[in-house]
Design a protein around this ligand. Structure first.
Ligand SMILES: [Zn+2]
Length: 583
C-alpha cells in the first residue's frame, strides 16, 4: 500500500467511524498538501491479545510516540485495522515478527516484551513527515544476548536522582523500545548517613518508583551490593584503604571491613533492610561490586577480590534468596588485578570448587577489555557480561557540554568481546549519552549490528528522515573533539566551527517536534558549547552561559547545591555553587 492509498484509506476509516477530533496537519509540511486539506489521518490498531494489560500499555506507548511526531491519531479498533498487535507463543519470549497480513501490518511477539521490542522496531522504521508512514520493515528478530541491562547511577543529584516519576517512566519505555530488558539502580548510600537520615526515605521511595516504572514495561530490576554503604557507618568498622597505584579503585566511599565481626554484622544488617524495602516491588538480580567504591586491604580480607569480597558475596546471596527465591547473581570483577594480585586466577580456582551460587561474571575496564577472560576463559565457565563506561570518558563534568556520543569508541571496544559477551550493563550518569546506550543495547541484541547502523535508525526516528548523513557528521565531530580533549591533543577548530553552523542549519529546517525533542536539544547545545570552548570566546560568553543554563534545566541540576559531588554532573556554569565544597 503506497502512502497516498494509506492516507485515503485511513481518512475514510476515520470518517466511517465518525471520528472528527484530530488537529489538521501542519501547513508547512509537504505531506499536508498530499492529503485532503481537512483529512484526519488515523492509524487503527487491533489488539488481538487484548486480554493482556501489558499489550494495552504497548498501544499507549505507540500512540504517544506517533502522536508526538505527527498529526496522525492512533486508535484502538476492532475493524479495518491497519496495524495488529498479537502474541504468538511459538516465538521465543523476547522475539518478534513483523509481517503483512492482507492490508494490515501484523506485529507478533513471543511475550508482551517481545511485542514491545517489535513495536520499537516498527516505530523506528516508520516515517513521520507530517503524517504517519507505516514501516515497510518485515521479518523476524530474536535477541542474541540474554542480559540487555542499563545501569542508572542514581546519585550526586544527577538526572536519575532528580527525574519525576513520569519522566523516569517515559525514559524506561524509550529504552525498552530499543531492546533493554533489565535496569539496575542502587540506593545512593554514598549521599546518605544511615536509615534514619531524613533523606533516606525519599531516596528509597525514588528507587522503588524506578522499580515500579521498570516493571510496567516488563523490565527486570537489579540492584548493586558491596561493602561500601552509608556515609555515616561507624568509624571503627571501616575498611583499610586499598593500595591504588593507578588511582582508579576509587577510595572516596565508605567501605566496611567484612572480616571485622561488627563490620560483617553491619553489612548483613544494612543489606537485609535494603531487601526488606524491596520485597513488595521485587528484585530479580543483584550485582556484587568489588572496587570503586568498595574493598578492604586488611590482612584477613586480602586479596579482597578472591577473599573478603567472595565470602561477602556468597553470604549476601544466601540472604537475598531468603527474600527473593529466584534471585540471580552477577559478580563484577571491576579493577581486578590492578595491581596484579592473582584475583582472576583465584576466582577461577574458587569457582571450579564451588560456583553454583553464581550466575554471571561481569568484566570491563576504563579502557580495553581485561585480557584474562578472553585469553584464559571465563572463570567457572559462566556467561560473561560487559560494563561499558558510557558516561565519563572524554567529558568533565559528565554531560557538562551536552550530547556525548562515542560510537567509534564503543564499536572498537565491542569488537574485542562480541564473540563471547552475553550482554551487559552500560554505566550511565545521565541522559546525555542516550546514543551510547542504544548503540550498546543493539550490540547485545545483534552482535554484528554496527554502531553506525544503530545511529542511522536512531536519527530517522528521533530527528526525522533525510538528515542521517548530516547528523552522523556532527556525531563524528563531537567524538573526535571529545577524544582530542581526553588525550590532550589539539582540537580541529575548523571542524568545530563547521559543526556549529551545520547544527544551526539543521535546527532551522526541523519541524517543531524535533526542535522540542530533548535529544536534539542536547546535540545542538553540544555544538554551541564546543564552538564557544574551542573556537569562540569561552564558557563565559552569553551563548555558552545560555547553553549551560539550558542543560542545567534539562538535567534538573541545582544552581546551589549541598551535595559535595553534584559538580561532577552539573554543567560548568560559573555562577553555580557547591555550598559544602567539591569532592
Ligand atoms: Zn577487612
Amino acid at each position: 500500500m503506497n502512502r497516498r492509498v494509506f492516507l485515503q484509506r485511513s481518512g475514510m476509516a476515520a470518517l466511517s467511524a465518525g471520528w472528527t477530533g484530530c488537529a489538521p496537519p501542519p501547513l508547512n509540511r509537504s505531506a499536508a498538501s498530499s492529503g485532503p486539506p481537512s483529512s484526519c489521518p488515523v492509524l487503527r490498531v487491533r489488539l488481538a491479545a487484548a486480554t493482556d494489560p501489558a499489550v494495552g500499555k504497548i498501544l499507549t506507548i505507540l500512540q504517544d510516540r506517533i502522536q508526538t511526531r505527527c498529526a496522525t491519531a492512533v486508535l484502538a479498533a476492532n475493524t479495518d485495522a491497519q496495524l495488529i498487535f498479537d502474541l504468538d507463543e511459538r516465538l521465543p519470549a523476547e522475539a518478534f515478527r513483523i509481517e503483512q497480513k492482507e492490508t494490515a501490518v501484523l506485529i507478533a511477539g513471543g511475550s508482551p516484551r517481545g511485542l514491545l521490542y517489535g513495536a520499537g522496531k516498527f516505530l523506528r522504521t516508520s516515517g513521520y513527515d507530517g503524517v504517519f508512514q507505516p514501516s515497510t520493515w518485515r521479518g523476524f528478530s530474536n535477541p542474541q544476548g540474554a542480559v540487555r541491562g542499563m545501569y542508572f547511577a542514581t546519585h550526586f543529584h544527577n538526572w536519575y536522582h532528580q527525574a519525576s516519576k513520569q519522566e523516569m517512566a517515559r525514559y524506561l519505555e524509550d529504552l525498552a523500545l530499543w531492546g533493554v530488558n533489565a535496569v539496575m539502580a542502587v540506593l545512593p548510600m554514598i549521599n546518605l548517613q544511615g536509615w534514619k537520615d531524613p533523606q533516606t526515605e525519599p531516596a528509597m521511595a525514588m528507587l522503588r518508583q524506578t522499580v515500579t516504572a521498570a516493571r510496567e514495561v516488563g523490565l527486570q530490576f537489579v540492584t548493586g551490593l558491596s561493602n561500601a554503604l552509608f556515609a555515616g557507618a561507624p568509624l571503627h568498622i571501616r575498611a583499610t584503604p586499598l593500595p591504588d597505584p593507578t588511582r582508579r579503585r576509587g577510595n572516596s566511599g565508605h567501605p566496611i571491613c567484612f572480616s571485622h565481626p561488627e563490620g560483617r554484622a553491619y553489612i548483613l544488617d544494612t543489606t537485609r533492610q535494603l531487601f526488606e524495602n524491596l520485597v513488595d516491588v521485587g528484585l530479580d538480580a543483584v550485582m556484587f561490586w568489588p572496587y570503586d567504591e568498595g574493598g578492604c586491604a586488611c590482612a584477613p580480607c586480602s586479596p579482597w577480590g578472591t577473599n573478603g569480597y567472595l565470602r561477602m558475596s556468597r553470604e549476601l546471596t544466601q540472604l537475598g534468596r531468603s527474600y527473593f527465591p529466584g534471585l540471580k547473581t552477577i559478580i563484577s570483577t571491576w579493577m581486578f588485578d590492578t595491581p596484579p594480585e592473582g584475583e582472576w586466577q583465584g576466582l577461577t580456582r574458587l569457582l571450579s570448587e564451588e560456583g553454583e551460587w553464581l550466575d554471571y561474571i561481569l568484566a570491563d575496564s576504563h579502557e580495553d577489555f581485561p585480557r584474562y577472560p578472553l585469553d584464559q576463559g571465563v572463570p567457572g565457565g559462566k556467561p560473561l557480561l560487559n560494563f561499558p563506561e558510557i558516561s565519563m570518558w572524554g567529558n568533565w563534568p559528565w554531560g557538562g557540554f551536552g550530547a556525548h556520543p562515542l560510537p567509534s569508541r564503543f564499536q572498537r571496544l565491542w569488537d574485542q568481546i562480541k564473540h563471547v559477551a552475553q550482554g551487559g550493563f552500560p554505566y550511565s550518569e545521565g541522559i546525555y549519552e542516550d546514543m551510547n546506550k542504544v548503540v550498546a543495547v543493539q550490540f547485545y541484541w545483534n552482535r554484528d549490528q554496527s554502531s553506525r547502523a544503530t545511529l542511522e535508525e536512531y536519527i530517522a526516528y528521533e530527528f526525522g528522515a533525510g538528515v542521517a548523513s548530516e547528523v552522523l557528521n556532527l556525531i563524528d565531530t563531537f567524538e573526535r573533539t571529545a577524544t582530542a580533549a581526553q588525550l590532550k591533543q589539539s582540537v580541529d577548530v575548523d571542524a568545530v566551527r563547521h559543526a556549529a553552523a551545520a547544527a544551526e542549519a539543521l535546527h532551522q529546517g526541523f519541524p517543531e517536534w524535533v526542535r522540542n525533542n530533548w535529544r536534539w536539544e542536547i546535540m545542538r547545545l553540544r555544538a554551541i558549547l564546543d564552538h564557544e570552548r574551542f573556537a569562540g570566546s569561552g564558557l563565559d560568553s552569553p551563548a555558552a552561559e545560555n547553553a549551560l543554563l539550558r542543560l542545567i534545566e534539562l538535567y534538573h541540576c541545582q544552581l546551589e547545591s549541598q551535595d559535595p559531588y553534584h559538580h561532577r554532573v552539573r554543567p560548568p556554569l560559573r555562577r553555580a555553587v557547591s555550598l559544602r565544597g567539591k569532592l
